[in-house]
Design a protein around this ligand. Structure first.
Ligand SMILES: Cc1cc2nc3c(=O)[nH]c(=O)nc-3n(C[C@H](O)[C@H](O)[C@H](O)COP(=O)(O)OP(=O)(O)OC[C@H]3O[C@@H](n4cnc5c(N)ncnc54)[C@H](O)[C@@H]3O)c2cc1C
Length: 466
């Protein structure tokens, strides 16, 4: 029986797990999944956690439960190194041998060397990032509601998103819908023009990766909804409460109490050590049959955000359908190799894109059919509800939507702030990261915040090495 190891239980890893199911039953292979978390995140709905449209626990999938159902062994551990000659993976807590390997550990935030952003901007990759941003919005709304100076209120309620790709646009739209609804219904001392959400985008419109006509329309819709978009902007410095950026050769500074960085991703650090060819954003270049280029390792497959796959002269952007399609092909090629056959080449089938622009608005391109507006929005909802793939989570998300549609979203802070001297909600949320990490034990938010800071520390170390 061949021993197969899958690293990472995200879109790619979980698709591989389900496609191995019949081969596991037939006794040909034994499969182990390793992930540093014991859950998988459905990222397309992460922005809806910020607005409260969906509950955080409803867009995470229990990896152990899924693995048990599929006859796969699950290990919670963090990958540190892969040896493709000795055929073993080294993790934080042990070493794991393999006959065949699928690498699907996704990506991390690419701060593009901007040290101030690494230090002061929030990432938007994990469930905890979404919870922090939501809590900060609510806390700042509470504080602003007691202020009388409009300028002071506006400074406190200045939110910035760096990067106008799908993630940035969807986050800005959800934040905007949420804040607008809250101000209208519950924070009557805050006026609609006393908050500000700004997207900083280097290209001439937001969503530079989609059809230009749809991107232009999307930008118009965002602006009409009250979101500020600054195009041609290159952000130089992210401070604790301001951003410095260049546009048309001029330098500007803008208030920003919460800055979220969504301007790109890069491969995991350990991929660089594998010895294969990588792109400048640390993704491993792969062959047409999904093996790492420049490594003689036909039994190792790299898929999803971790790989750079060239198609029609360009590296494909890291999206979920690519990871899932590559996972299917990796399983197929592993089984072909086990059965003494040659592997086959991967071809990407591009379905289009779905981008939510907030309540009742989306831009969609499905198999070349372009749509906008309310119909596109309900197509977005239906498609992603279907894509969740796990029945109990589909039911839970559907009911979350029904509840928020009927009764609106709540703005409660469920934390024990009084007993927590270094809580992120005390004074300035980012003021004292180091102390907060060491001293804070009291509130649930700080416990998750510590995870965020470990992550940031890792980035600082990487930056130091570079
Ligand atoms: C906010 C957000 C919104 C998005 N929206 C969309 C969208 O609408 N449509 C779309 O197509 N794509 C979207 N994406 C991109 C999409 O999520 C990724 O392209 C997709 O998740 C890639 O799949 P993957 O399997 O390569 O990695 P992932 O799904 O990221 O899975 C990687 C897994 O590896 C684990 N892991 C990472 N490092 C290690 C390690 N060292 N050791 C062990 N385990 C590790 C992680 O815990 C994770 O479970 C979005 C991304 C984000 C962040």
């Amino acid at each position: 029986m061949k021993n197969i190891l899958i690293l990472g239980g995200g879109f790619g890893g979980l698709t591989a797990v389900s496609f191995f199911r019949t081969h596991i039953k037939s006794g040909k292979v034994s499969v182990t999944l390793i992930d540093k978390n014991n859950y998988s995140l459905f990222t397309p709905m992460l922005a809806e956690v910020v607005s409260g449209n969906v509950k955080p626990e409803n867009i995470v999938f229990p990896l152990r439960e899924i693995c048990v159902k599929n006859g796969v062994r699950f290990i919670k551990d963090e990958v540190q190194n892969i040896d493709t000659i000795a055929n073993k993976v080294t993790c934080e807590n042990g070493e794991y041998p393999f006959d065949y390997l699928i690498v699907a550990t996704g990506s991390r935030t690419n701060f593009r060397g901007n040290v101030s952003a690494m230090k002061n901007a929030f990432e938007f990759k994990n469930i905890t990032d979404a919870i922090h941003i939501k809590y900060l919005i609510i806390d700042f709304l509470e504080k602003a509601s007691t202020l009388t100076d409009p300028e002071e209120k506006k400074r406190l309620l200045s939110f910035s998103i760096i990067g106008g790709g799908i993630t940035g646009v969807e986050l800005a739209s959800e934040m905007n819908d949420y804040i607008r609804a809250k101000i209208k219904k519950e924070y009557s001392t805050i006026m609609a023009d006393e908050y500000d959400i700004t997207i900083f985008e280097y290209s001439k419109t937001v969503l530079p990766a989609i059809d230009p006509s749809q991107a232009e329309k999307a930008q118009e819709i965002l602006i009409k909804n009250g979101i500020n978009v600054i195009n041609g902007a290159s952000v130089d410095e992210v401070g604790l409460d301001c951003i410095t950026y260049k546009k048309d050769g001029q330098q500007y500074t803008k208030s920003s109490s919460v800055t979220v960085w969504t301007a790109g991703v890069e491969g995991q650090e350990y991929l660089k050590e594998m010895g294969g060819d990588t792109t400048p954003d640390s993704r491993l270049k792969i062959t047409r049959s999904l093996n790492p280029q420049a490594l003689d390792a036909p039994h190792v497959f790299v898929i999803g955000d971790s790989c750079a796959y060239e198609f029609k002269g360009k590296f494909l952007p890291p999206v979920a359908p690519l990871a899932m399609q590559q996972a299917v092909m990796a399983v197929k090629n592993i089984m072909r190799l086990i059965n003494g056959k040659e592997p086959v080449d991967f071809t990407y089938l591009h379905f289009g894109y779905l981008v939510s622009l907030g309540k009742n608005n989306s831009v969609v391109n499905l198999f070349g059919i372009k749509m906008r507006g309310a119909l596109a929005y309900y197509i977005w909802k239906g498609a992603y509800l279907f894509k969740i793939g796990m029945f109990k989570k589909q039911v839970a998300v559907f009911f979350d939507w029904v509840m928020s549609f009927c009764f609106g979203n709540e703005s409660v802070l469920i934390i024990d702030q009084d007993n927590c001297t270094n809580c992120i909600l005390q004074k300035n949320h980012k003021n004292d990261k180091e102390n907060a990490a060491v001293e804070c034990v009291a509130c649930i938010l700080c416990i998750t915040y510590n995870t965020y800071m470990r992550c940031n520390d890792a980035h600082s170390k990487i930056a130091g090495r570079d």
